[in-house]
Design a protein around this ligand. Structure first.
Ligand code: 1HE
Length: 261
């Protein structure tokens, strides 16, 4: 896998799992314009380079401190400059959410502002005991620009998101799971995320493609259109060769059964 990146580290594993690591720990992995371009590049190419699942993680103690506030301040951007930058953030995060390859985020430390927008573009979020979530935009005199109004509101609901932005409320520990910011809370988020990615990577790629793109698309549709799209996707996915083999194994009694533990 060949990527021209400086702020990310890409580590492919033999089983098709690829680690994408935010690699600006000295700046708490704050997202500068260059990192956003690198995310677009990586998440555009990975689905076509055979990635079966991705672990999105970070160097240092913090997952991501959000928008690079120093770059933003120094560049003294005009409204249209920042609008176009936000469109690049959306490009990156849409590539992630709609790309069809499962992305499991291994979280730690600060997951704040644009860092939470990035994490919410992953398909599964795993937190560790140090992880905390916040939207400090209000305190900074800013507003979300990387899709939080869609994805974070989707995770926690409109009222909680507004509270987070108005008051700087921080969610951590069990409460963060209860409100939907993370699906798993474990001692070691990296190990758990890798385990989940390896499990997901064993599903047929076409099934994962549908799970990690169709559901998001369908949420944007009317119920009538979504039901139609679901039938089309299921028509393709549920008759693929890989599912025939798996159904054959089930019928012969050799496939794993669904048990509570
Ligand atoms: C940064 C950034 C950043 C750290 N942009 N440089 N996000 C925020 O409001 C969060 C801002 N950051 C923090 O609150 C803290 O840095 C942390 C809690 C994440 C970490 O604290 P700490 O004590 O470990 O680190 P630090 O001393 O604050 O920062 C270390 C260095 O990282 C320092 O650089 P240095 O050159 O002085 O060593 C910081 O300047 C740098 N750094 N965070 C730039 N965010 C699309 S719109 C999205 C809008 C938003 O994301 S708003 C939320 C912004």
């Amino acid at each position: 896998m060949d990527f021209d990146v400086e702020n990310l580290t890409i580590t492919p594993h033999d089983d098709g799992v690829v680690e994408v690591t935010l690699s600006r720990p000295a700046k708490r992995n704050a997202l500068n314009a260059e990192t956003i371009e690198e995310l677009i590049q990586v998440f555009s190419k990975l689905p076509r380079q055979g990635a079966r699942a991705v672990v999105l993680n970070a160097q240092g103690d913090h997952f991501c401190a959000g928008l690079d506030l120093v770059e933003h301040h120094t560049e003294n951007r005009r409204p249209e400059d920042f609008m176009h930058l936000c469109l690049r953030w959306h490009e990156a995060f849409n590539k992630m959410e709609y790309g069809g390859v499962p992305i499991i985020a291994a979280l730690k430390g600060a997951v704040v502002g644009g860092g939470l927008e990035l994490a919410s573009a992953a398909h599964v979020r795993v937190m560790d005991p140090t992880t905390y979530f916040a939207l400090p935009e209000g305190q900074r005199g800013l507003f979300t620009g990387g899709g939080a109004t869609i994805r974070v509101a989707d995770l926690v609901g409109k009222a909680r998101m507004i509270d987070m932005m108005l008051t700087g409320r921080v969610y951590k520990e069990d409460e963060a799971v209860q409100v939907g910011l993370a699906q798993y809370r474990v001692k070691d988020s990296q190990t758990k995320a890798l385990e989940l990615a390896r499990t997901a990577a064993q599903n047929p790629p076409l099934s994962n493609f549908a799970i990690c793109s169709a559901i998001s698309h369908m949420q944007n549709m009317s119920a009538l259109d979504a039901a139609y799209a679901e039938s089309v996707v299921a028509g393709i996915v549920n008759t693929q060769e890989a599912s025939r083999d798996r159904l054959d194994a089930f019928a012969k009694g050799t496939a794993a059964r669904v048990r509570p533990d």
